[in-house]
Design a protein around this ligand. Structure first.
Ligand code: S3P
Length: 176
């Protein structure tokens, strides 16, 4: 396993639509850190959208690539990393992130996730064919049952409701 020892790395984890990329980008700016979005890295590296990649190579290959990129990228010393919703839930990636830096779980209830994802399905292959809110809520509920145990290994958990980068900075100052 490729270990990483620096401490100023902030990994944001949580379900699709929880705000990892949006808040993460602003958080990095406020802190004067670099920012990286793992999904964007995958797209850059492969030259394919996540959707095309998943359709072409399947989920298992996607998860391996996601793990490899997460764990073998040479990161800036001070960086905020927005992970994909599934990143912490495969292989040893959650433990790896906990060893490498600060992990923050941005948590939202199913109803809020449905509201956020209802109009953001196109770019998310796992949910793009789910048509109605009830089915979307069922999908999220089932996924969360699997995923919460990984997300909850994060060092910190914050509510994604009305979360801003400023609030996150205040929170980090309080707990550190
Ligand atoms: C996924 C979440 C997506 C992306 C891929 C799979 C997931 O990232 O990595 O579509 O398994 O939850 P976001 O959480 O940034 O949407």
């Amino acid at each position: 396993m490729n270990k990483c020892y620096a401490s100023s790395k902030i990994f944001l984890v949580g379900f699709m639509g929880s705000g990892k990329s949006t808040v993460g980008k602003k958080l990095a700016k406020l802190l004067g850190y670099e920012f990286v979005d793992l999904d964007k890295q995958i797209e850059f590296k492969t030259g394919l959208s996540i959707q095309n990649y998943l359709e072409t190579y399947g989920e298992n290959t996607f998860r391996e690539l996601e793990r490899d990129l997460l764990q073998h990228t040479t990161y800036a010393e001070k960086i905020v990393i927005a992970t994909g919703g599934g990143t912490p839930c495969y292989f040893d990636s959650m433990d790896w992130m906990n060893e490498c830096g600060i992990t923050i779980y941005i948590s939202l209830p199913v109803s809020a996730l449905v509201n956020r994802l209802r109009n953001a399905k196109v770019e998310r292959p796992l949910i793009k064919n789910i048509l109605d809110d009830t089915s979307l809520a069922q999908f999220i509920t089932h996924k969360l049952i699997d995923r919460e145990k990984f997300y909850q290994k994060a060092k910190f958990m914050v509510s994604g409701k009305d979360l801003t980068a400023e609030k996150l900075v205040q929170y980090l100052e309080m707990v550190n």
